[in-house]
Design a protein around this ligand. Structure first.
Ligand code: URA
Length: 266
């Protein structure tokens, strides 16, 4: 079985994505995590050991190494038949925004509006995300590049399964390596836990910054985990923390931009 996920450089013990998403006992973070899933009526993420990836799942990691542009990667995603969600989805949802500004967001999976429009975060949770980003001073279409862990809507907005996450993961890893953002933001526990290969919940992971090291890049990428905006729609009391995190992100974005302009003028 291919080993999934990178090793996180945060303090928590590194674990594989399967261990990290299994969660044997339910601690405070797990409870938060349960509440954080995108739809209250959707089946919840399993808390017993998740199934291994299907033996017949195509491992596309090696072949994606030859993909050198985002346009080609998008074509490969659209042509991919290894994730059954594609059969029930209306559209493939790849990304929106500008990939060249150094700021990339990764959410969980498209919902109904995203499925209909073929673009990520265009429904209610996307509007909340855009509102928070604009409030912090971002010009969203100009400054941000937004994608998801999963490229097709799970029926009924249920949480994506382990199989679905592992099927899409090689594309997500290549996506990040091609965009090579200065800052990478995880929207919600599924993206954060999977890409940081951490068993910690989003309440823990949202504190501070973490390093994500794609196999094909020399240097790690600085990352921040945020609550999923859909969770804030159901728990508006948490918006204060989200707004605070977005402000922290804004400060870091400005710092990163000033170092980019200094190095390009020196
Ligand atoms: N939730 C997500 O995680 N992604 C979207 O694109 C929309 C809602």
């Amino acid at each position: 079985m291919r080993e999934l996920g990178v090793r996180t450089l945060v303090a928590e013990e590194p674990v594989s994505i399967y261990e990290s998403l299994a969660g044997k006992t339910m601690n405070k973070d797990d409870k938060q995590e349960k509440q954080e899933t995108r739809s209250t009526d959707a089946p919840q993420q399993q808390t017993s050991a998740p199934p291994p990836p299907p033996d017949n799942a195509p491992d596309v990691t090696a072949e994606l190494e030859s993909v050198t542009s985002l346009a080609e990667l998008e074509q490969r995603v659209r042509a991919f038949e290894g994730c059954d969600l594609k059969k029930t989805a209306t559209n493939t949802v790849f990304a929106r925004g500008r990939p060249d500004k150094g700021l990339m967001f990764i959410g969980e999976a498209p919902g109904n509006d995203e499925d209909l429009q073929g673009l990520p975060f265009v429904g209610k949770s996307g509007q909340l995300l855009d509102e928070a980003l604009r409030w912090a001073g971002f010009d969203v279409p100009q400054d941000c590049y937004i994608s998801n862990m999963i490229f097709w809507r799970p029926p009924g907005n249920r949480a994506p399964s382990m199989h679905e996450i592992s099927a899409c993961l090689p594309f997500v890893e290549r996506h990040v390596a091609l965009v090579k953002p200065r800052l990478l933001v995880f929207l919600g526990g599924v993206a954060a836990k999977t890409l940081l290969a951490s068993s910690a919940g989003i309440t823990t992971l949202r504190r501070g910054w973490h390093d994500y090291q794609p196999a094909s890049l020399d240097a790690p990428i600085k990352t921040k985990a945020l609550f999923h905006p859909a969770y804030l729609l159901r728990a508006p009391g948490q918006k204060r923390l989200f707004w605070r995190d977005i402000l922290e992100l804004r400060q870091e974005f400005e710092a990163v931009q000033s170092t980019s302009s200094t190095s390009s003028t020196s």
